[in-house]
Design a protein around this ligand. Structure first.
Ligand SMILES: C[S@@+](CC[C@H](N)C(=O)[O-])C[C@H]1O[C@@H](n2cnc3c(N)ncnc32)[C@H](O)[C@@H]1O
Length: 222
């Protein structure tokens, strides 16, 4: 989970957290999620054409965006986030975190990978915008089941995101709340994937950060 665009200057603590996070879980998470996203995107009932247009909202450092574009050979990726394009990425657009600067149905798929829980205030608006610009939405996020899992997820978010300056959420989706959000926005879930095991490579962590804390939801918007 990374967004190196957020903080211009990083403290020693920020750098230590980033180093620890990269070593412990970052690359494994990226590999597992990228493979899962490509598989699910390819499986969508998208009209027979050469290219699948994907919009990665909250793309952070574009790692996942670029892997999807490289490994998913027919996937054409654009990333958007709320920070300026300091790295001059070609396929990146900054936006205000609310209104997407794209025409209706100009994408096949929108991806939110660990984004929605970071902005509860704009979450519904982002989903409405995703529905407007794309035919499918893929959401990767976390489920909490009570105080213990919420605290663990917050700890993971501090390790994974604090160093980058990304805000830490007060709570995560429960299964019930996630379904209520989809119902409010009239979004039809066509597939739900949970558990997802991101930490099986770490001896103790796999028992603590359980697979059921991670989910992917595939949604059809029209
Ligand atoms: C945990 S990072 C995830 C980065 C990347 N998607 C991944 O999975 O590695 C969360 C990202 O969401 C972005 N974000 C937060 N609020 C947002 C909003 N309203 N619109 C778009 N992106 C937002 C942050 O800037 C950050 O880059």
């Amino acid at each position: 989970m990374s967004s190196p665009l957020a903080k211009d200057k990083k403290s020693v603590l920020d750098k230590l957290l980033i180093k620890f996070h990269k070593k412990a879980s970052h690359s494994n998470r990226i590999d597992i999620l990228s493979a899962l996203f490509i598989e699910e995107i390819q499986a969508l009932a998208i009209d027979q054409k050469d290219t699948i247009r994907l919009l990665d909202i909250g793309c952070g450092d574009m790692t996942i965006t670029n892997i999807l574009g490289q490994k998913g050979t027919n996937i054409q990726c654009t990333g958007v986030d709320i920070y300026p394009n300091t790295k001059n990425w070609e396929n990146y657009t900054e936006f205000d975190g609310k209104r997407l600067p794209f025409a209706d149905k100009s994408y096949d798929v929108v991806l939110f990978s660990d984004v929605l829980h970071h902005d509860a205030e704009n979450m519904n608006r982002l989903l409405q915008e995703a529905k407007r610009v794309a035919n499918f939405i893929i959401i990767k996020d976390h489920f909490e089941y009570g105080f213990f899992s919420r605290s663990l997820l917050q700890l993971a978010d501090i390790i994974g995101n604090y160093g980058y300056g990304v805000s830490i959420p007060k709570r995560y989706f429960s299964k019930k709340r996630f379904q209520a959000v989809l119902a409010t926005e009239e979004l039809q879930e066509i597939k739900s994937i949970c558990p997802i095991y991101l930490y099986n490579h770490l001896p103790l962590m796999k028992y603590i950060f359980k697979g059921k804390y991670q989910f992917v939801s595939i949604i059809k918007t029209s």
